[in-house]
Structure formats: C-alpha cells, structure tokens
Write a protein that binds this ligand. Structure first.
Ligand SMILES: NCC(=O)CCC(=O)O
Ligand SMILES: [Mg+2]
Length: 352
C-alpha cells in the first residue's frame, strides 16, 4: 500500500488539547472521520443521493366508487377505486414522482382458469389508465403483464395438469399488453417470467403501431417469500395452488440472472428489473455493471411490511429505515426503485 500511516515519533504528542485524557495520541496520519465531522462536510463527500425521480409508486385498484380498503399486511397501503387512484395520481404529480404502477384486485367472480379478464379492454387496470391519463397525461404509467391477478389458481400463466404452458401463456400476455397499451399505458412490464415474452410483446406492440410504448422487463424475478403481502393485496394469497418455482428464479443463483437479463435485452427490453430488492442487491450491482442498462429494483411488499411492522411496534425508526433502504438501491447501481414507500419518501425528500 502506498499510504504511510506513521509519522515521526517526536510529533506524536504535540496536538493534544489540554482537556484530553492522559493517554498517548494514536500515531495516525489518516483519520477518515475528518470527512464526517459536520453535516456540510458529509454532504460534500456524499456519493449517492435519492431523488423523487428515482421512485415508481405501485398502487392497488379495486372496483367501486370512492372506495379505499386497507391492505391488512401492508399498513399504510390501500386498495383504491379508480376515482381514488386518480387522486393518488395527482399526489404523485405534485410530489414529482415520475411514474406509477397499477395492480388490480380482481373480483373473484371475474377470475377463471385462463385469466380471461386480463385481456378485457375495459378491465379495472384499463379503466384506471384511461381515467388517470385523461387528467394527468404527463405522469408515466406502468402496467404489469402477468395473469396472476386474473386466474382462479393464482398462477402467472395457463396451466394444464399442473404444468405451466409457456408458449400458450405468451400469446395471452401479448393480448394483455395490447389492451393496456391501447388504453394509454406508457410502460409494459412483463412480470410473468415466461421465456420469450419480451420479444413477442415487442412484436405485438410494433405491429399495432405502438412503437413508443416501452418495455420494462421483470428480467430477474426470484421465487420469493417476500411477495406474501402483495398476494394478500390482489387477493391471490388464498387461491394460489403450489408455488412458482418452475418459472420464477431460484434465489441461490446470480449467473442465471445475467443470462435472463441478457435475453430480455436482446428481445427488446428498454429497461430491466431485479425483484425482490433488498435481499438481491448483489444481483442489481452485477446487472448494472454487466449491461449498463436502465436498471430498476422492486422493493416488494414483504420488504415494505417488515419495515412498516417494526416501525409500528416502535422497534425501528420507520422513516430512517425507509430512507436508508431506498438509498441502498442507488448504492447498488439501480436507476430507480418501485416502492410502496414512494409517496412518503418523496414527501421527506421534498421537505429536506
Ligand atoms: N408483479 C408484481 C409483484 O409481484 C409485486 C410483488 C410484491 O410487491 O410483493
Ligand atoms: Mg426470462
């Protein structure tokens, strides 16, 4: 190492203040704490900053009017009727959050084996997109593409004899993407993890003349326990049969994440995502370093619930844990974060 830490023995004792305890000064030339001595000094050397531009706010939708229903496992998060979602969209605009994401709680009577409601051009998501775009055309809207909010079995794809049918599912996902894009959605975000869906969706969008609709691929989505509260929110927790490990990734792998991301980029993804977030920051870093693509992370429902629950119990300073967890994504190389904390974090950033 080039740095020399020592200094001549005769200089060691000279800088002691009179009030110092009687112990010899350490022989240190380099003292990293100097750069942390005051808030202005810390700001000067700060390497990463979280801004409102880094936030994407996921919202849950429910049928009805003037309705807000608490999601029990996500304190502070509600399911919203379309008119209420428009009000939250207004809040996003005022907070300068660039983009929201929409997730429907589909009425159980509309769920079936094939997830047909996903391709209904007048489903809850499409209604919300149209209503929000009408009032706030400059707010970005991201829509998930996957069948789980619409299927009676809670899986993201079509099933026969307990097996997910990849290619048949992709054909349905293209139609789902098209109804959402035609309603005015700006970013199509396939979260299903079927092989080949990004290419098929890109081709479908281009064929329909929807050349400007972006694709944010949930490229590396892991089979995770942290999705629990989300399934509660969209009402698939009780109906889900089995697990999703034949399509979502094994949490032990990171090389596989790079292969998944590489494929989605080759198939036309404009942006890629890693999900969940906090337990997979190593994956975020590798993806960003390897591909230099716009890279996003999803701080999922379970991550939100952990912090919110601990804060509600007085075990954590909720605001500080929220900001620290969001900054961690920036440090890992993410360009942005989907987080249920988005409005709260944006309020805090703007108050600073
Ligand atoms: N496709 C979107 C999700 O699965 C969200 C998961 C979560 O927030 O737990
Ligand atoms: Mg894939």
């Amino acid at each position: 190492m080039a740095i020399k830490y020592g200094r001549p023995i005769e200089l060691r004792e000279v800088a002691r203040s009179s009030g110092a305890v009687a112990s010899p000064a350490l022989d240190l030339t380099v003292r990293p704490r100097r750069n942390r001595k005051a808030e202005w000094a810390r700001r000067m050397v700060r390497e990463n900053v979280l801004t409102t531009d880094d936030l994407i706010w996921p919202l849950f939708l429910i049928d009805g009017n003037n309705k807000r229903e608490q999601v029990a496992s996500m304190p502070g998060v509600d399911r919203l009727s379309v008119d209420q979602a428009v009000r939250e969209a207004e809040r996003a605009v005022k907070l300068t959050i660039p983009c929201i994401a929409l997730f429907p709680y589909t009425d159980p009577s509309l769920r079936d084996e094939e997830g047909s409601e996903a391709t209904n051009p007048d489903n809850l998501v499409c209604q919300a997109v149209r209503a929000i775009k009408k009032e706030f055309p400059d707010l970005g809207i991201l829509c998930d593409v996957a069948l789980d909010p619409f299927t009676s079995h809670g899986h993201d794809g079509l099933i026969t004899d307990g097996k997910i049918l990849n290619d048949e599912t992709v054909a349905v996902l293209v139609r789902q993407a098209l109804v959402q894009a035609e309603a005015g959605c700006d970013i199509i975000a396939p979260s299903d993890m079927m092989d080949g869906r990004v290419a098929a969706i890109r081709e479908g969008l281009d064929h329909a003349g929807l050349l400007d609709v972006q694709i944010m691929a949930y490229a590396a989505k892991y089979a995770s326990a942290f999705y629990g509260p989300f399934r509660d929110a969209i009402g698939s927790a009780k109906t889900l049969v089995g697990d999703k490990r034949t399509y979502q990734m094994d949490s032990a792998n990171t090389d596989e994440a790079l292969r998944e991301v590489e494929l989605d980029i080759a198939e036309g993804a404009d942006m890629v995502m890693v999900k969940p977030g906090m337990p997979y920051l190593d994956v975020v870093r590798r993806v960003k370093d390897t591909f230099a693509m716009p890279t996003f992370a999803y701080q999922v429902s379970g991550e939100y619930a952990m912090i919110a629950a601990a804060a509600n119990n007085g075990w954590l300073d909720g605001d500080r844990a929220m900001m620290e967890s969001l900054l961690a994504f920036k440090r890992a190389g993410a360009d942005g974060v989907l987080s249920y904390f988005a409005p709260k974090a944006a309020e805090k950033i703007r108050a600073q």
